[in-house]
Design a protein around this ligand. Structure first.
Ligand code: SAM
Length: 221
């Protein structure tokens, strides 16, 4: 790894927001999944969540289907799988996240109203069916991007980007990108995995801690 590459990895990791995420509920078109993950990378989402679509035929990466539009973002944003949306919502709430379901209901508010500096998960629905009433009910709040056109909804990746960049705006204003949100240990661990993707699995398999890196990103000692 070159020193420049290491510096970039450290810079990106120091902007990652472990308390901001999305839950994609059966988003089934690979280009949408890819576009959402690419936006997650740009905004600083550390890890995304997904209920994989029940049927998929294209090549997958760690159980999820991407296409070339991800710009390799899936290498930098992990996607954790869940069996169903309700249990995923409950699990995330159990970890302290407010879940904001993108869903039109009696209690929907404009997507700019919630406080995105809180640990937040944005629940996104499948292209055809959207977020189920049950999952929207289980969420802490329902949010909507106001629509004034002839069509009723946006493409799911466009909706995700609109909402995530509002979260970024609020978090920038609150100084949440000014200092690392990851612990030093977590940051060092990720830096090794990103910088040495070929070596990291062997350390994990042997149950060994990753070696320390020097200031240039070389394995110390
Ligand atoms: N027929 C579906 C429905 O009734 O919900 C439309 C789904 S829409 C094409 C796919 C997803 O994009 C939605 O589940 C939601 O996550 C997101 N989305 C689209 N338009 C939105 C909007 N105006 N506000 C919030 N989310 C939106």
């Amino acid at each position: 790894m070159t020193p420049e590459r290491y510096a970039k990895i450290l810079r990106v990791l120091s902007h990652r927001q472990p308390t901001l995420t999305v839950l994609m509920d059966e988003v089934n078109k690979p280009h949408n999944l890819s576009a959402i993950v690419r936006t997650c990378d740009a905004v600083g989402v550390l890890e995304a969540h997904a209920v994989p679509p029940s049927h998929g035929t294209l090549a997958t990466f760690e159980g999820h289907t991407y296409d070339a539009t991800s710009g390799s973002a899936h290498k930098w944003v992990g996607v954790q799988s869940h069996s169903d949306a309700i249990s995923a919502v409950r699990e995330l709430q159990g970890k302290g996240f407010q879940v904001l379901a993108t869903h039109l209901s009696q209690r929907s508010v404009d997507y700019r109203e919630p406080d995105y500096t809180r640990p937040t998960c944005v629940l996104l629905g499948a292209e055809k069916w959207g977020v189920s009433d049950e999952a929207a009910e289980a969420a802490d709040q329902n949010i909507i991007i106001p629509m004034f056109g002839m069509v009723q909804s946006l493409n799911v990746s466009v909706a995700a980007a609109t909402i995530l960049f509002e979260a970024q705006r609020q978090r920038l204003a609150a100084g949440m990108y000014a200092q690392p949100q990851l612990t030093p240990e977590e940051l060092a661990r990720r830096a090794f995995e990103w910088g040495y993707p070929d070596l990291a699995p062997a350390y994990r398999e042997r149950g060994e801690a990753y070696p320390a890196l020097d200031e240039q990103g070389q394995i110390a000692g």
